[in-house]
Design a protein around this ligand. Structure first.
Ligand SMILES: [Ca+2]
Ligand SMILES: [Ca+2]
Ligand SMILES: [Ca+2]
Length: 241
């Protein structure tokens, strides 16, 4: 293990210690998104897309009363709605929707749009929303539990989408590691440390090794340092409150 990895681990441990005793009550959060994936087998398009929702209690909780809505940055209106009645998080708190193997809610490949687009979790029912580029429900904060706006490199649509969803911290770039599509296909984006940060706040989101249904990890020491610094900053803010 190289020296900088020791330094990174030390910072992460410090971040964990700094946060101890300041944890808020359990929350249901959008925890990870992978909209642009490697195309294996060849010829497939984004066959490993997924959205991960996590209850920070770390146990199975029912998702009755929740609805997941996907917003198209081209117009900022809903393009897919999934009612979560009847579903639950796993025994360790995770719920996965997507084309990736093991997803509790199967979504066809090449459905989760490559940004700028958004994933949102609302209290409500599918019937509360309409879908369509011009007639779909406009992104809004009524009964909104959590949301994330993401992009894949130099996308230019989705203007104002994070504002419509009341998100602090801005748009998260799935190609953020090096700006290359090939790298972005490999990486997902999610909260790091796992389940960290507030709802509708993207400051703890970074690119990482996809981990659908499991705790979030990070592939690059550089991003681990950034995430650890963000975690320490959030703890400092919490302590001042
Ligand atoms: Ca996609
Ligand atoms: Ca990806
Ligand atoms: Ca995960």
């Amino acid at each position: 293990m190289k020296l900088h990895r020791f330094a990174t681990l030390a910072i992460l441990i410090l971040a964990a210690l700094a946060c101890s005793g300041t944890q808020s009550s359990a929350a249901l959060l959008i925890n990870e998104v992978d909209s642009d994936t490697v195309n294996i087998p060849m010829g497939a398009t984004d066959p490993l897309e997924f959205i991960e929702i996590y209850d920070t209690s770390g146990i199975s909780v029912p998702l009755d009363g929740y609805v997941m809505v996907l917003f198209n940055g081209n117009g900022n209106r809903a393009y897919r709605v999934d009612d979560l009645d009847g579903f639950s998080t796993s025994a360790t708190g995770y719920f996965v929707a997507g084309a990736v193997p093991g997803a509790q809610l199967a979504i066809p490949v090449n459905t989760i749009q490559n940004g700028v687009d958004a994933v949102a979790l609302y209290l409500g029912n599918a019937a509360d929303f309409t879908i369509g580029t011009t007639t779909g429900t406009l992104a809004n904060t009524t009964n909104l539990v959590d949301a994330i706006v993401y992009k894949t490199g130099a996308d230019v649509d989705g203007v104002g989408l994070d504002g419509l969803l009341g998100i602090t911290g801005g748009v998260v770039d799935e190609f953020g590691r090096d700006g290359l599509a090939a790298t972005g296909a490999i990486d997902s984006i999610g909260r790091f440390p796992n389940g960290s940060g507030a709802a509708r706040n993207s400051t703890t989101w970074t690119f990482m090794v996809p981990s659908p249904g499991a705790s979030n990890g990070v592939p690059e020491p550089s991003s681990m340092l950034l995430a650890a610094a963000a975690a320490l900053a959030m703890c400092a803010v919490r302590r001042r409150q």
